[in-house]
Design a protein around this ligand. Structure first.
Ligand code: NI
Length: 217
């Protein structure tokens, strides 16, 4: 099977699996990550095939929806790609990328050994920032039954993956616990430049939110 066919069939497969998902990890998240990842790949001189496949499959079974089991995604991706006859080295790289991409808490390092992985991780993190990031944060908070904001609850920096998964929080605290940390964790120059603009937009949003809570605006 040629590369265009593999990408087209993977696209369709992911669209079918994630289309109805409503917590911010739906098909359009994948579409945006894929577009951003390919744009970064052009700048970095990376192979668009591996980057495209990893971007399409990166949330195929996110750990947040499988009781913390981070191995489900790579296993499903491997089964799918092997079924299409994709060459072993590329399958390994794509699965390694998917295993590394998820954010697991402020104190948890998630180094990515491959260029494709660093690019997809940047693209995925960029989709958590800016206007899109704000929209996704409240969609996900609603799904988890979290309050929008509770001034009695302080933001916390989670030292471990288990803590990050279990602690009760608010959508506004999520900006401090995760989203505002991401701009310093970008892997590529292009990613860093995009993150700076989106970070500034979120800071402006949080300032306005605080002003409205205090009756200042
Ligand atoms: Ni994602």
């Amino acid at each position: 099977m040629d590369r265009e066919d593999v990408l087209a069939r993977t696209r369709q497969h992911v669209q079918e699996v994630l289309g109805e998902e409503s917590t911010g990890h739906d098909w359009w998240h994948i579409e945006r990550v894929c577009t951003t990842a390919l744009a970064i790949a052009r700048g970095e001189g990376a192979d668009p095939f591996g980057v495209g496949l990893a971007a399409l499959l990166h949330d195929i079974a996110d750990w947040k929806f499988h009781d913390g089991d981070a191995s489900v995604g790579p296993q499903r991706a491997r089964a799918w790609l092997e079924g299409l006859g994709v060459e072993g080295g590329i399958v390994d790289e794509v699965c390694e990328t998917i295993a590394c991409v998820s954010f697991k808490g402020a104190g948890v390092e998630t180094p990515v050994p491959t260029l494709a992985g660093r690019i997809v991780q940047d693209a995925d993190r960029l989709d958590a920032l800016g206007a899109i990031g704000i929209a996704r944060t409240f969609a996900y908070g609603g799904h988890k039954g979290q309050p929008l904001h509770d001034p009695r609850m302080e933001p916390q920096q989670h030292a471990t993956f288990a803590e990050y998964q279990q602690k009760r929080t608010t959508s506004i605290n999520h900006f401090h616990e995760k989203l505002l940390l991401l701009k310093d964790r970008m892997n590529t120059e292009t990613g860093r430049a995009l993150a700076a603009g989106r970070h500034a937009f979120m800071e402006a949003f949080l300032e306005q939110f605080a002003d409205e809570c205090a009756g200042r605006k």
